[in-house]
Design a binder for this molecule. Structure first.
Ligand code: NOJ
Ligand code: CA
Length: 707
């Protein structure tokens, strides 16, 4: 049969179409020509592979679908048409780690048709300088418009992988510790999963724009280096139930020559649709405090009784603190109160059906608290824990959100605690299509009510914050709370999540614990960091809603708190200064003319070098908060050395980080610093003697916590 190939070409044509006897390879290059995707049909089955600077990173990997009550769509395909274009646009974020984002890629849309049938399948590849996104489109058809996908057969045949950072596939939770292993040892994973190749490249696989579809996990079947997509199922085993036309999420492959390149990439955001919210005035990144950590360390309870945390009186103490400490006239500050509403008595993790989202406990006067917030210029963050009872939550949210809007509330922190699967409807999973749609319904409803969201136990982030910028932040990894009631987050956890979970989007890690051992309330548990590392988290782990998580009394008379007061929650620019996944990471972020730096290390004390060559050619005042010479994870973890110096862009800050230690810094151009300090040159840090450094190395090295 004669085939008709139609090429509709626009932009500079970088498509080449090689006619072999059987196999035709379509090549798509990134704008800088470093990344190349190749596509072919072999015996009618679709395959792709990816190169970076002529090094193969993904070898021929299959594409296709299997359906219930329909034969698979993975062979006998022929190419109908190929449509090529180059896009180069810039857009602005409402908030984020970078203000202006460039979206520059070459796209090919390949229209396929099954021989002898009307079934069609389109593939869209977008090739960026730092990676690739591709998605399937199942166009509308005359027959078979209702489909049930039993498997999306996307493969990733990885080449030359040396190391992987990953958590196992789990349909309900991302709150797991990361593994660092060879590819062989990784039999299933939740995405993002990050890898290093033997030739020194960094890759991360994930997805973008997860809309009305199931979340994707990856499975390696025979230790053969091929990861297969494995979608999270409905209770009946079907993966996706849909009506055509259907667009899948983008399958994303980020590629970088340095690990920091993965963090600096905007590929996932770029693969989402533009902002749908017209008036965004009410969307305001902010820091917040809350009646929260007190419950985790047993000072308070969520439930009613003598230790009930959510009382009007306690809320007022927190509001006074927020107003005074943050000077709430000059910046947005919020208050979260958990346990305010009926339903927490008994085992709330098992009784989600008891939660009311509008009725408070008698010792919590919501109106009074809101009034006090208003007088003190503090925003109120409503708390909605639903214990995984989606039917109960879903039946109340319209009324509840109307009520919150009338009360002038613009933010909700929600929670979906249910590790073993959604409670109601039973058998659903946090990451299946049903829940993807539930979470999206809440985002849209919240947008209609001018409400920002911070979701715990969320669906994984896939960049929809671009489309719905009220979807501010989420948990979806082991956050600070794990230190309060488990063996804790080991020091290296926070040096892995910036390169895995946080590549997908902001995280509400809830940093800022100053009383690191909290023995007064709970013995045998602690936070496995130094205080300087807690400060550094505010820069390293980005969140537009950023909690100062400790009990407010623990911030009294603490000079380190100044950094939390001053650090922004919205940035113009983000740069990774230096990093090694699982060892250390140093990030600099700019807000206006100022830069803030956060550096953290794992269980190894180390000297870090911060080259200041990213600064403009003017003098800066730098205020540094760093582990002091006597700081150790087990000896004086709260000991801080704070100093103010003068620097320029040819300087290097050399700082000693203690075991699980950190450094936080604020850099202000001297002409804008508004004070005439005669600043010392940066000597202590530059002239750190080997002898002093040796002291750090003699500290007990953190290995593991056994409890
Ligand atoms: C788990 C959340 O991660 C935590 O922040 C919250 O305090 C509890 N659920 C209760 O909602
Ligand atoms: Ca949680």
């Amino acid at each position: 049969m004669k085939r008709l190939f139609v090429f509709i070409l626009s932009g500079s044509l970088l498509l080449s179409y090689l006619l072999g006897r059987q196999v035709r390879i379509i090549k798509i290059l990134s704008p800088d020509e470093k990344v190349q995707v190749q596509f072919k049909l072999a015996e009618g089955k679709a395959f792709y592979r990816i190169y970076f600077k002529n090094k193969k990173v993904i070898d021929w990997s299959g594409l296709g679908f299997r359906f219930k009550d329909q034969k698979p769509l993975n062979k006998n395909l022929e190419i109908l048409a190929v449509d090529n274009k180059i896009i180069n646009k810039r857009w602005e974020q409402v908030w984020g780690a970078n203000k202006v984002i460039t979206n520059h890629y070459q796209q090919n849309r390949i229209n396929l048709q099954e021989l002898g049938s009307e079934r069609r399948l389109d593939l869209i590849f977008r090739v960026y300088d730092n990676g690739v996104g591709f998605r399937y489109i199942l166009p509308e058809q005359q027959k078979h418009n209702q489909i049930q996908i039993i498997s999306e057969d996307t493969e990733f045949k990885l080449e030359n992988i040396e190391k992987c950072w990953w958590i196992p596939a789990h349909y309900d939770s991302y709150e797991l510790l990361y593994n660092t292993t060879s590819l062989n040892e990784m039999d299933s994973v939740n995405t993002p999963v990050t890898m290093r190749t033997k030739n020194g490249l960094y890759l991360s696989l994930h997805e973008a724009d997860l809309t009305d579809y199931a979340g994707m996990t990856l499975v390696q079947k025979n230790g053969d280096g091929v990861l297969h997509s494995d979608l999270v199922p409905w209770p009946d085993g079907i993966k996706v139930k849909a009506e055509l036309p259907l667009k899948t999420p983008w399958r994303t492959i980020q590629i970088a020559e340095k690990p920091g390149g993965l963090i600096e990439s905007n590929l996932i955001l770029n693969l989402n649709r533009p902002n749908q919210i017209k008036d965004t005035e009410w969307i305001k990144p902010m820091k917040y405090v809350g009646i929260w950590w007190g419950m985790h360390i047993d000072k308070y309870t969520w439930s009613s009784g003598p230790k009930h945390g959510a009382t009007t009186e306690n809320a007022q103490i927190y509001i006074d603190f927020a107003n005074k400490a943050f000077n709430s006239d000059s910046q947005e500050v919020g208050l979260l109160v958990e346990g305010w509403n009926l339903g927490w008595d008994g085992d709330w993790t098992q009784n989600g059906h008891k939660f009311s989202f509008t009725e408070s406990y008698p010792d919590f006067e919501l109106d009074e608290v809101l009034d006090y917030c208003h007088k003190n210029n503090v925003a109120y963050i409503m708390h909605n824990e639903n214990g995984g009872d989606i039917l109960n939550y879903g039946s109340q949210i319209e009324e509840a959100f109307d009520y919150y809007q009338k009360l002038g509330i613009h933010a909700i922190k929600s929670g979906y605690v249910a590790m073993t699967g959604i409670k109601n409807p039973p058998g659903q999973h946090h990451h299946g299509q049903y829940m993807v749609n539930h979470y999206r319904r809440v985002v849209k409803l919240a947008a209609e009510h001018e409400i920002m969201l911070d979701v715990h136990e969320p669906i994984k982030p896939t960049g929809i914050r671009r489309t719905w910028p009220n979807m501010m932040t989420r948990e979806g990894a082991r956050g600070m709370e794990y230190n309060a009631w488990s063996a804790g987050n080991p020091p290296e956890h926070s040096t892995i999540i910036p390169f895995t979970r946080v590549l997908a989007g902001p995280m509400d890690y809830t940093p800022g614990i100053f009383d690191l051992t909290f023995d007064k309330y709970k013995k045998g548990f602690r936070t496995y960091t130094t205080l300087a590392k807690q400060l550094a988290f505010f820069v390293v782990i980005y969140s537009p809603l950023q909690m100062a998580a400790d009990l407010v009394e623990n911030y009294e008379n603490q000079p380190g708190f100044q950094f939390i007061k001053e650090v922004p929650v919205d940035w113009d620019e983000t740069r990774v200064i230096d990093s090694k996944i699982g060892d250390y990471v140093i990030i600099a972020r700019r807000a206006g003319q100022e830069w803030f730096i956060g550096g953290i290390t794992d269980e190894h004390p180390r000297k870090i070098n911060i080259h200041l060559d990213f600064l403009s050619p003017e003098k800066y005042k730098v205020k540094i908060y760093c582990d002091a010479i006597n700081t150790g994870l087990f000896e004086n973890p709260g000991s801080l050395e704070i100093g103010t110096y003068q620097v320029k862009n040819s300087d290097i800050i050399q700082a000693p980080l203690s075991t699980s230690g950190g450094l936080a810094a604020r850099l202000t151009p001297i002409k804008a610093a508004n004070d005439s300090l005669s600043l010392k040159p940066i000597c202590r840090f530059n002239k750190m003697s080997e002898q002093k450094l040796q002291r750090f190395r003699t500290f007990k090295i953190y290995t593991s916590v056994t409890k």
